[in-house]
Design a protein around this ligand. Structure first.
Ligand SMILES: Nc1nc2c(c(=O)[nH]1)N[C@H]1C(S)=C(S)[C@@H](COP(=O)(O)O)O[C@H]1N2
Ligand SMILES: [Mo]
Length: 316
């Protein structure tokens, strides 16, 4: 698989990332570091073993805790995917035989060129690049994941949204025969999510097809899932079969299920607590203790302008 390098502003700065040194042997670590980041990670890791992360040139304030890539093992065995089970460590086995091929994605609604895209065509037409992103679940845990994917903007441009299109609505496959959780009456299946069109067009927003250089496994949302790294993880909808350009704000599954707890925006924000718990800190999977949660999950430079003048407490 050919992986196109990502622009540096689409990623966690490589100076803030080290692979999981307690997990990987030194040699394997060097090999994976070179594979993942063409050597930049290896340099970061050497410096980090000398204590702390590397401050970026010109960076103000205290040096942030360095980010460490979560392992493939962690990323594929600790999942939220209610279509299968609410047991995070059971999703991988429950989803193991979920059929992800053949697969088609309908892109429709307020567009000049609607179309049904085969997943193989999507892979060809929109080459994957690597994006290393933090994923912050609304429950208070997080990971760092090396995705392969492409900007959602590329797909949207291909179908030419009309001037009436203001939001993008995403829908997960409805397949209760293969997704036992969809037989549960507690949720309004299928899973639905949405973004404002400018959020959808932001370069950080990707459709992911792989991670760690391999095709996505079912538990991570194969064959195609959204990744919106500045929002709580539930916005990053898995197993997408429909992308719809619409005029009105979509109602997501979580908004419909618990409107007082989950809103449309769901931007990561340590200053706005969940009604039942604080969002000021998080547990990074694989680490002991907690780290402070960053506003917009640390991506404020790229996305804060989208919310200029908005009350982020009211618009949770
Ligand atoms: N269709 C669907 N998408 C989903 C979910 C889900 O239950 N169903 N869970 C969400 C939540 S809460 C999180 S935190 C992320 C987890 O992604 P991961 O398992 O790949 O880490 O997927 C999101 N996408
Ligand atoms: Mo989540």
């Amino acid at each position: 698989m050919k992986i196109r390098r990502t622009p540096p502003w689409g990623n966690i700065p490589s100076s803030e990332i080290t692979p999981e040194q307690t997990y990987l042997s030194r040699r394997k670590f060097m090999r994976e570091a070179l594979f993942l980041a063409g050597g930049a990670l290896a340099l970061a890791a050497c410096a980090t073993s000398g204590g702390g992360g590397i401050a970026q040139a010109g960076q103000a304030g205290p040096t942030p805790e360095p980010d460490t890539l979560n392992t493939f093992e962690q990323i594929t065995n600790f999942n939220n995917y209610y279509e299968f089970t609410t047991d995070k460590e059971g999703v991988a086995s429950e989803a193991a035989n979920f059929p992800t091929s053949p697969w088609q994605v309908s892109v429709e609604g307020m567009v000049s060129k609607p179309g049904v895209f085969d997943i193989d065509q999507i892979r060809k037409q929109f080459p994957a690049e690597e994006r290393i992103y933090r994923l912050r679940c609304v429950e208070g845990w997080s990971m760092v994941i090396p995705w392969q994917g492409f900007p959602l903007a590329a797909l949207l441009r291909a179908v030419e949204p009309t001037s009436d299109a203001k939001y993008v609505k995403f829908t997960t496959i409805y397949d209760p025969a293969d997704m036992p959780g969809q037989n549960s009456p507690f949720f309004p299946w299928p899973y639905v999510e949405g973004l404002r069109l400018d959020e959808a067009m932001n370069d950080l927003t990707i459709l992911a097809t792989g991670l760690y250089g391999k095709d996505l496994l079912p538990q991570n949302g194969a064959p195609l899932r959204l990744v919106v790294p500045w929002k709580y993880g539930f916005k990053s909808i898995k197993a997408i079969v429909k992308v719809e350009l619409v005029a009105d704000q979509p109602t997501s599954l979580w908004m419909a299920s618990a409107p007082n707890e989950y809103g449309f925006y769901a931007n990561v924000n340590p200053e706005v607590p969940h009604p039942r718990w604080s969002q000021s800190s998080e547990r990074r999977i694989g680490e002991s203790g907690r780290r402070p949660t960053l506003k917009f999950n640390g991506y404020g430079d790229q996305v804060a302008a989208l919310y200029a003048g908005m009350d982020l407490k009211a618009n949770y």
